[in-house]
Each structure stands twice: as C-alpha cells, then as structure tokens.
Design a protein around this ligand. Structure first.
Ligand SMILES: [Cu+2]
Length: 454
C-alpha cells in the first residue's frame, strides 16, 4: 500500500454526505431531531439546488462589505446598534441555502451535518483575517434575556467562561483566550504570525481584495461573471455634478483607503493596539493576480455605492429561519437571512446593490443622483421560509424597515489597501412585496417575479 502497488479502487459512501444519528441519542441527550425532520440521518437537497439558492445570496459582496464597511467590532457584530454588515449575515444564508433548509438550517441540528465543519472553518478564517485588519473590542455587560452562552440576567466579560467548553477539567475557555487562532495552535494561509502588524494587515487586505472584491477571483457572488467595480463613464453625469464634488474628490484622492477612524478603541488586554494606520513600505500584491479599482479612471466623478439597509424585529416574525430576498427588475440582488435565536433581537444587515445595478443596466442608464429614486421604485422583497414557501407580506408589515444608503466610495490605490467609504445618505423606502403566489425561488432561472401593482 505505501508504494501504491496494491491500490484498489473501492466505492464507499461519502462520509461528508450525511450523519447517522446514534440510536438512543434522543432519549439520552434530549431532543436531537426537530419535529418535521424526523429522519435517522441528516438530509440535504441536491448540490445543484443548493448551488442555485446560494448563487442568489450575493455572498461574495456580503463578505467584501463585512471587510470594507464593518471597520469596527461593533459594526461587524450582529445585534449591536452599530451593526453594518455582520459576518452573521453570509453565515446565516449558507446555513439555510447550502442544504435548502433541512437540518443544516436548524441551530439545534446544524452541527450534525458534516457541512458544518466546512462552513464554520470558513467563518473562523474570515474572522481571523478580519482581526488582522481591525482591532477587536469585546463588549462587557449583562444580558436580560440570555444568549446562547450567557445565562439570563448574568453579566459577562471577555474573561467569562464559555460553557460547556472546558480548557482544563475545572476551567473553561474564554473569549479572551480564544481570540487568536494561535491559542489553539493553528493559523490560515496568508496569515504570518511572525510578521509585523503592518505587514499582516497589508497581507490580509490583499487576500480580501483578491478573493472578494468585485474583480476578485473568489466565487459565490451569483450573477454572471465579474463586475467592473469602476463607475462606468456616464455622459449624463457631466451636467449634474454637484457643487461639493470637487471637495469630495479631493478628499477621496488624498485620503488613504486604510485611514479609517479608530472609533472602536480596544479595551481587552489581548487586542492589537500597535497597528499603524498605513505603512507605505509594505509590499504590494505578493501574488499579483488581482486587479483593484484604480482612481486614475474616475475622472471627475465621485463613485458611489448603494446598499439596501435592513432592520428586522425578530419578535414580529411568525417563524424562523426566514430569508428576505431582494430583487430589482427580476434579478436577485441578495439575501438577508435570520436563523432561530434564543431571544428576540433587532437584526441588522445590508444587501450591496452594485452587482444587480450593473446587471440590470441601471448603472449605465441612471446617474447616481437618480439612482436612489430608481431603487426605491424597483426594489422588491420576498419573505421566504427554508422550504421555499413564502410568507404573506401583510403578516410581516411592521416587522422590518429598509433604507437605501448611497455612500461615496474611496477607492483603494493598491491591492494591499481596502477601499473606504466617505459621506453617505440614507432614505427609508417601502420595497414592493412579492406575495404568496410568487413561484418558488429555487430553479427560478431567468423568470421575473411579478411586478408589484403600483
Ligand atoms: Cu453556524
């Protein structure tokens, strides 16, 4: 066998396909299998159905938003008033769409599906990369309703033991001592634990640009191929240039992309505090594979990015998990997915719209000034259960709000920098609702949802 001389092909059951619940597990350890999923092993839909669902989630753009817009711990954390784009959002979408609901979308059962290890290893990797770029400030406080790991009414800090994860027979792991992967003796490709903080940050920025920027090589963005991140030349912009654009142009040109305000000052002892804002000596583009938006072709226009900002009061939803899928002109813009949670929360997130605005031709047809009106006119939302049935839009009125945010993009000049965002404005909109007669999303292909009756 070691020499390969007696290797024999053998067909085996894919061990990553499914997990067989041990007999007696339910009686010994409580309820293992949710009602409605009373199978002896974890189940999923077909890979093609899952791929179809995932392709509508705009995951690549969501991840890039988390890296470029969630520049503080509170912005990248779910459930804080400051939440911009939490990693929770793409995380939740994968839980629901990678197996079309089923066990993987149920918090109590997801860990049994072998997909869980792959999915959470990736979340762990994204989180490790984010920490290379930004500082972590773990909040301390108390919970009134309790959370997954904090008892109701108890207080917590970064040093609170995380039950039931024992480090020794009598002490538990804490947030502090698990913050860096090195505590557990591993790291990820591209993270050099021995390098300077500035180099580590530059390397992480490069990874993020190469994989998740609109021109990056990573998959998972849905749609049809890469999107040109540059605002197309729009002849109609010339006459509509705002008076303040010269000033903001200058700001955008002069401001280094990595010069972000350190609004979230580190508090915990083990957070990084030594990262300089910029380091002109860092090597650019170690692999040289990706392109990044260049400021040279921006002419006199300040490029803008548009986002649908979502807030949902989970207490007012009839069921969880639930996915809000957003459309413009029948093209899926992206999703916002909520899993079951132990307590009611105000969940926040956003759907980056630049890909759908490009695919629908809006980016070429309309000026940035016109775009907010056009988005308000065209944006539609459907509330979807994991089994692809829709929820009556009337029953969820009042459970959510949607704002359109228009933000100035500050392009990065080098691949080891991230773009930033300048001045932004928001307006509350009421998206068109797609009701119960909407055809199932999966396998939707090019079918367009019915336009709302104006
Ligand atoms: Cu998860």
């Amino acid at each position: 066998m070691p020499g390969g001389s007696s290797v024999v092909a053998q067909t085996i059951t894919n061990p990553l396909l499914s997990f067989q619940f041990p007999s007696g597990a339910s009686s010994q350890f409580g309820q293992v299998v949710d009602s409605g999923l009373s199978t002896s092993r974890t189940v999923r839909c077909s890979a093609s159905a899952a791929a179809s669902s995932l392709s509508g989630d705009n995951l690549k753009d969501q991840v890039y938003s988390a890296f470029t817009r969630s520049t503080t711990f509170s912005r990248v954390s779910a459930g804080t008033p400051d939440t911009v784009m939490p990693f929770e959002q793409p995380h939740n979408a994968v839980h629901v769409d990678a197996a079309c609901g089923n066990h993987f979308s149920s918090v109590g059962n997801a860990g049994f599906d072998p997909l869980f290890m792959l999915h959470h290893a990736n979340i762990d990797r994204l989180w490790a990369i984010w920490q290379e770029i930004y500082s972590v400030s773990i909040p301390s406080g108390s919970t009134t309703g309790g959370s997954w790991s904090i008892n109701q009414g108890s207080s917590f800090t970064a040093s609170t033991g995380l039950s039931p994860f024992y480090r020794t027979s009598s002490t538990r792991w804490t947030t502090s001592n698990l913050l860096q992967t090195s505590a557990l003796g591993y790291t990820y490709t591209g993270i050099d634990l021995s390098a300077s903080a500035a180099t580590r940050r530059a390397n992480a920025n490069t990874i993020v640009n190469q994989l998740y920027s609109p021109t990056g090589s990573g998959s998972g963005g849905g749609g049809s191929g890469p999107v040109n991140p540059r605002r197309p030349t729009n002849p109609r912009r010339g006459n509509k240039k705002r008076a303040d654009e010269d000033a903001t142009d200058k700001t955008a040109t002069d401001k280094p992309a990595t010069d972000k305000p350190a609004a979230d000052k580190p508090k915990a002892d083990d957070t990084k505090t030594d990262k300089p804002k910029t380091d002109p000596s860092v090597k650019a583009d170690p692999t040289g594979n990706a392109t990044v938006p260049s400021s040279s072709d921006l002419s006199n226009a300040v490029p803008r990015r548009f986002f649908a900002k979502i807030t949902v009061d989970t207490n007012k939803l009839p069921t969880l998990p639930i996915s809000l899928k957003f459309y413009i002109e029948g093209d899926l813009a992206g999703s916002f997915t909520l899993l079951h949670a132990p307590q009611d929360t105000i969940a926040k997130g956003e759907v980056p719209l630049h890909r759908v605005l490009s695919e629908t031709g809006y980016q070429d047809k309309f000026t940035d000034d016109e775009m907010e009106d056009k988005i308000e006119e065209a944006l539609q939302v459907v509330f979807l259960r994991p089994d692809d049935t829709t929820i009556d839009p009337e029953s969820v009125a009042g459970a959510y709000t949607v704002d359109v945010e228009s933000a100035e993009l500050i392009p990065n000049k080098k691949i080891d920098q991230l773009p930033g965002y300048g001045k932004s404005s928001r307006r509350r909109i009421t998206p068109g609702l797609i009701g119960g007669r909407f055809p199932p999303i999966k396998g939707l292909g090019g079918k367009k949802p019915a336009r709302r009756s104006a």
